[in-house]
Design a binder for this molecule. Structure first.
Ligand code: AMP
Ligand code: ZN
Length: 222
């Protein structure tokens, strides 16, 4: 499949949440508010050339606006599929193309930095509208990764690997995830995703995982 890639450069993200930004700005009328609800932000980013990193006939890959790691992207189908719940077997080839495009991007980034490790997958209960697959490096070094909910959404089973979603669809013909069960995972105690050590708070966790990243880089350069 023909892919178009942009030569965009990673810049320091502005991690201020849309809610905090809204509080600082004058509020528009309620009808305007409805048409630009924050949960629809991915639609706007798909149309923003500064956000798009690669695209083809069926998918668009964008930068995550609030990246939770050094490299964090979202692969979206051009077709507006609302969520995992709306998938059926007819979507299998599309999901495989999304997976392949995620892997393609990873390989490009890994060619520049051999220490990078990635996962690609879906949040069991996402906050943003329309289907999107995360492609995220496993360093989790980012000022936007701020709290337990962020951490657990990428390091517990709340993060469902893209390959598992494809298998579920192949076997069951649908992807049915128990929202309540998965949302409980967001409150689990903090645990390092590499060595499984329990961490008392976010600052300790962040300096602990930074050490794992440093040793991965050292190993990759030897
Ligand atoms: P989730 O819905 O939980 O799968 O996660 C949605 C992801 O979208 C998060 O990682 C956010 O940082 C990211 N995000 C939120 N708003 C935007 C936006 N306007 N453009 C790009 N990414 C966004
Ligand atoms: Zn550890």
């Amino acid at each position: 499949m023909k892919r178009t890639a942009s030569s965009s450069v990673d810049t320091t993200p502005d991690c201020t949440s849309p809610t905090a930004k809204r509080k600082r700005q004058p509020q528009p009328s309620s009808s305007l508010r409805q048409s630009s609800h924050w949960s629809m932000g991915l639609d706007a980013s798909m149309k923003d050339p500064d956000m798009v990193v690669q695209s083809d006939e069926l998918t668009v890959t964008i930068k995550d606006r609030y990246p939770k790691a050094q490299h964090h992207y979202l692969v979206l189908p051009r077709q507006n599929i609302k969520s995992l719940k709306h998938l059926n077997k007819d979507h299998l080839s599309l999901l495989n193309i999304m997976l392949e495009n995620g892997r393609f991007l990873e390989e490009k980034l890994k060619a520049e930095d051999k220490s990078l490790v990635f996962r690609r997958g879906y949040h069991a209960s996402p906050s943003m509208a329309r289907l999107h697959m995360h492609v995220i490096s496993q360093d989790f070094v980012s000022p936007c990764l701020k709290n337990k909910k962020h951490w657990n959404s990428f390091t517990t089973n709340f993060f469902v690997d893209a390959e598992s979603v494809v298998s579920m669809l192949e076997v069951n013909g649908e992807v049915s995830l128990d929202k309540v069960k998965y949302e409980e995972m967001l409150t689990l105690p903090l645990q390092c995703h590499v060595c499984r050590e329990m961490m008392p708070n976010m600052p300790k966790l962040k300096s602990h995982i930074a050490e794992h990243t440093i040793s991965r880089k050292k190993t990759a350069s030897t």
